[in-house]
Design a protein around this ligand. Structure first.
Ligand code: COA
Length: 577
């Protein structure tokens, strides 16, 4: 094997996602690299659920892949939706007690009566997904014991009787294939012989990053797709001595975070677009009082409730500009599961160092993506904390003192001589209220100027591919791997493609981008929103007005594929003169 894309589809609530998750873990424990994408309805039961699992024995997977090599269709709807994306010569594994596919010779078809076996041999319909896993085990060579081991871990809490039924279902799937199916394809999922891979979801990696950064206090209100951060930290944060509170809403959540930060703690919240809207007023207070804090926005398709279980990158403008009275903030975009870990450390470091709110943008596809990653090396991590006042500072303490870098020493309540008032009202360097226009001008400039320092950080952008490209691709956030794969594939075909991926979105990395684009005539900007938000900001900040910005924007649901990005880059290079 080298690289195989499996796609599972069926009725929501009938265990499709569990099938993909068990399959993913079994492959990772066989030393293989994995990368998943899931799309499911907002309802607990009903609608269509799908999960795609890319499995490979190559080094690192950058995207969910393109067309599927194997489609496991639990029902007719899954067949209708996904069959056209099964590659020619691919394998359709389907439940022939639910539907019969068209008779064509484009693909290899294995009919397996999942439902019938689950109902008649096992007596529980929900076990049809285990029948499917048994069948896949026999068809593609993943040892059934791996599935049983993981099934025990996942469903063990449901009791031994449930487990035994599931084991019987796996065995029944194996037996059915042995007795009734003649393998006609050459696909095998061969264990790599390497160590089992570390598999994390984006939200798990992000939560671990927050813990590694020294998170003390988390406050939040559940909202898809951010809820698993709250769930993960509710289990793990108390073990490190930290505190977690589920508040009555998002306004209260940011209120708790502001209070904790004022009290000297590293604090964060996580939400999605509708929750960030609610937090915006309090964000102004955090900017005005110069509180270090981190807000994660796991974006989903909107506006309003929108499509809460589908991905989108449509909160960029709100993250950058949302608010009143020009409230400064730093905005970072997380780019991969691995980057979720390191990106959160950067977020806390920047929040603490610049004493400012940091908004971290992720999205449903990345939050719920599972990927194999290299175990993070925490031995060299630099963890920053806020600047504390010295004895000299405390002799005449001014909380908002204007310093050469505009960052003022921040006292912790209880510190002798460090008393100050932190108000949302405009204030002097000492913290006393002041309505003079001149003072306001001075203080607002201080608050904006101090965050500009972040643009000197070495990590703010990352480049891939040809250094002086004919066509450049600049995306942001979770599209990094897709773009990187498109660039690699294009350059293998002899193109001169390059990409820059900014990890900082605000303050906008104007200088870095303009330097990179010197000599480039066309830049393609793939992103997942309707109006091309990043492309618009890029255009505003280009020094060379002759650069052609080709916005490649589509509203949420399904991320771009490397093939789509490459096709657009090829189109752009055609007219290259
Ligand atoms: N044996 C025992 N239990 C099994 C099983 C088996 N063989 N196969 C599945 N199950 C259980 C799962 O454990 C899960 O139970 P749980 O709810 O107690 O965890 C349940 O059956 C559903 O299976 P699962 O594989 O998790 O999901 P699915 O593919 O059937 O799809 C979802 C269900 C994910 C679509 C749905 O539950 C969901 O979460 N919808 C989104 C809700 C949401 O976030 N809405 C937005 C609100 S704003």
């Amino acid at each position: 094997m080298s690289d195989i894309v499996f796609r599972f589809g069926g009725e929501g609530g009938e265990g499709v996602i569990s099938t993909g998750e068990l399959f993913t873990t079994a492959c990772a424990r066989s030393g293989l690299e994995i990368y998943t994408f899931r799309s499911y309805p907002a309802e607990i039961k009903g609608g269509h659920a799908m999960i795609q699992v890319r499995v490979a024995d190559v080094n690192i997977l950058l995207s969910r892949g393109g067309t599927a090599d194997v489609l496991v269709a639990f029902n007719k709807e899954a067949y209708d939706r996904h069959y056209k994306e099964l590659r020619d010569g691919g394998v359709l594994v389907y439940d022939n007690t639910d539907f019969l596919p068209d008779e064509d010779t484009r693909t290899i078809k294995y009919p397996i009566p999942f439902n019938k076996i689950a109902m008649e041999d096992i007596g529980i319909r929900l076990t049809k997904n285990m029948v499917a896993l048994g069948a896949l085990s026999e068809l593609f060579g993943i040892p059934q014991d791996k599935f049983k081991e993981i099934c025990r871990e996942k469903f063990g809490k449901k009791g031994e009787a449930v487990l035994q039924k599931n084991f019987l279902a796996i065995e029944a799937g194996v037996k059915y294939v042995q007795q009734n199916v003649k393998k006609a394809d050459s696909l095998r999922v061969q264990p790599s012989g390497r160590q089992p891979r570390l598999v994390l979801s984006g939200n798990e990696a992000l939560s671990l990053g927050a813990l590694a950064a020294g998170l003390n206090v988390y406050a939040g209100y559940p909202i898809t797709p951010a809820s698993t951060i709250l769930e993960f930290l509710a289990r793990e944060l108390p073990k490190t001595g930290g505190s977690l509170i589920q508040t009555e809403d998002e306004i209260a959540a940011l209120g708790v975070v502001c209070g904790a930060s004022f009290a000297g703690k590293k604090a964060m919240t996580a939400t999605s677009g509708p929750g960030l809207s609610l937090m915006v007023e309090m964000l102004g207070l955090a900017a005005m009082t110069e509180l270090p804090l981190v807000i994660v926005d796991a974006q989903r398709a909107g506006p309003s409730t929108g499509m809460p279980t589908k991905t989108e990158q449509s909160d960029l403008m709100m993250a950058i500009h949302g608010g009143h009275g020009e409230a400064p903030r730093i905005v970072l975009g997380l780019t991969s599961v691995e980057d979720c870990f390191y990106g959160m450390i950067r977020a806390f470091n920047m929040a603490e160092y610049y004493q400012t709110p940091v908004i971290v943008l992720t999205d449903q596809a990345l939050a719920q993506r599972e990927a194999s990653i290299v175990k993070p090396d925490t031995s060299h991590l630099e963890i920053l904390t806020r600047r504390l006042p010295t004895a000299a500072d405390l002799a005449d303490y001014q909380r908002y003192k204007i310093t050469p870098d505009n960052i003022s020493p921040m006292a912790i309540p209880g510190m002798p001589d460090g008393f100050y008032s932190a108000t949302g009202i405009e204030h002097t360097e000492a913290g006393g209220l002041n309505y003079e226009p001149a003072n306001h001008g001075k203080m607002i400039e201080k608050r904006w100027k101090k965050i500009e320092g972040v643009l000197k950080q070495p990590w703010i952008t990352k480049n891939y591919g040809t250094p002086n490209p004919e066509v450049a691709i600049i995306g942001w956030g979770s599209e990094e791997g897709v773009i990187r794969e498109a660039v690699e594939n294009g350059n293998k075909e002899g193109m001169k493609l390059g990409a820059m991926h900014p990890k900082i979105l605000w303050p906008f990395p104007t200088e870095a981008i303009n330097t990179y684009l010197k000599g480039v005539k066309r830049v393609v900007v793939p992103e997942l929103n309707y109006s091309g938000q990043f492309a618009k900001i890029l255009k505003q900040n280009l020094q060379d007005r002759n650069i052609d910005v080709i916005s490649m924007a589509k509203p949420g649901g399904i991320p771009w594929s490397p093939a789509e990005v490459l096709a657009q880059a090829k189109e752009a290079s055609k007219h290259y003169v």
